[in-house]
Design a protein around this ligand. Structure first.
Ligand code: BEZ
Ligand code: FE
Length: 277
């Protein structure tokens, strides 16, 4: 814990418990000096590779903290972990929103239109909501891993319509592995944990007077839905993909191949300060 970010009262309460739990494990398992040095060397390497978020994710600690932070938000769309692949300042996408550009490899996937409405719990549209989306391409993963992709491909921010509705064009993502070329990858391998995540799309949603929402959308029949390596799948976030094959529909979208749609309505929680007033 960074004492500049956590109140000292909280630090003085939590730290002794955390240390007692750690000391208990060391005692119970009779951890040796050699083993403890290896742990410290590993954590040093995790820091050097900037993999602490990834470590928190694959140990399912992020999911636990997310659940605790949002308990009681029963009316809002369930939140989910951010993960380490978010990039600040993604491009603003004008309407009709498309979050990717053509690149070698794009033909390996299926076009997907995601649509829905952003509302408050009573159904009032939130017309000033801003969506921020990031996801992998249909093969090869995130822009930062895939040299064929333009910078910030499959990322973008955009506003909603007056009635809270939105739609964006993307491609159906595929399952992928979290980074395995660093210390966390070695830990996964050594502990026998697979590195796969089910296909998903990340959302950040911001609107005046509402709690920000970070979440993910998943799709049925994914082989990793039941065993996501970060344990982040929530049944309420699994949304069907609807196939569209009719020639007129394909032509109306200006496409040359069948495509998919997916509906994802988003409900935001009132801001804590508004709820308290
Ligand atoms: C992701 O979904 O982007 C992600 C989450 C946790 C670890 C690595 C990647
Ligand atoms: Fe992801």
């Amino acid at each position: 814990m960074d004492p500049t970010k956590v109140s000292s009262e909280r630090l003085q309460r939590v730290l002794p418990d955390a240390l007692a739990a750690l000391h208990g494990v060391i005692e119970r398992h009779r951890v040796t000096e050699q083993e403890w040095s290896a742990v410290l060397a590993f954590l040093t390497e995790v820091g050097r590779h900037e993999e602490f978020v990834l470590l928190s994710d694959v140990t399912k600690t992020s999911v636990l903290v997310d659940a605790i932070s949002h308990e009681g938000e029963t009316d809002a769309t369930p939140s989910d972990v951010e993960g380490p692949l978010y990039r600040e300042d993604p491009p603003w996408r004008e309407k009709p929103v498309k979050i990717y550009e053509k690149y070698e490899g794009v033909e390996n996937g299926d076009v997907l239109f995601v649509h829905g409405r952003v509302t408050s719990a009573n159904g009032t549209p939130i017309s000033d909501a801003v969506l921020d989306i990031w996801q992998t391409g249909p093969d090869g993963g995130y822009d930062v891993w895939d040299e064929r992709q333009p910078d910030y491909n499959f990322r973008g921010r955009f506003g909603v319509e007056e009635d809270g509705s939105y739609e964006f064009q993307t491609m159906v993502p595929k399952p992928y592995t979290v980074p395995t070329d660093g210390p966390v990858g070695r830990l996964l391998e050594a502990s026998g944990q697979h590195p796969w995540r089910p296909a998903h799309i990340h959302f950040k949603v911001d609107a005046e007077g509402h709690e920000p929402l970070i979440t993910q959308v998943f799709f049925p029949d994914d082989p990793y839905l039941e065993n996501d390596t970060i344990g982040a799948v929530k049944p309420a976030l699994v949304r069907p993909l609807i196939g569209h094959e009719a020639e007129e529909e394909v032509a109306r979208r200006g496409l040359s191949a069948p495509f998919y749609t997916c509906e994802f309505d988003i409900t935001l929680e009132p801001a804590m300060s508004a709820a308290r007033a």
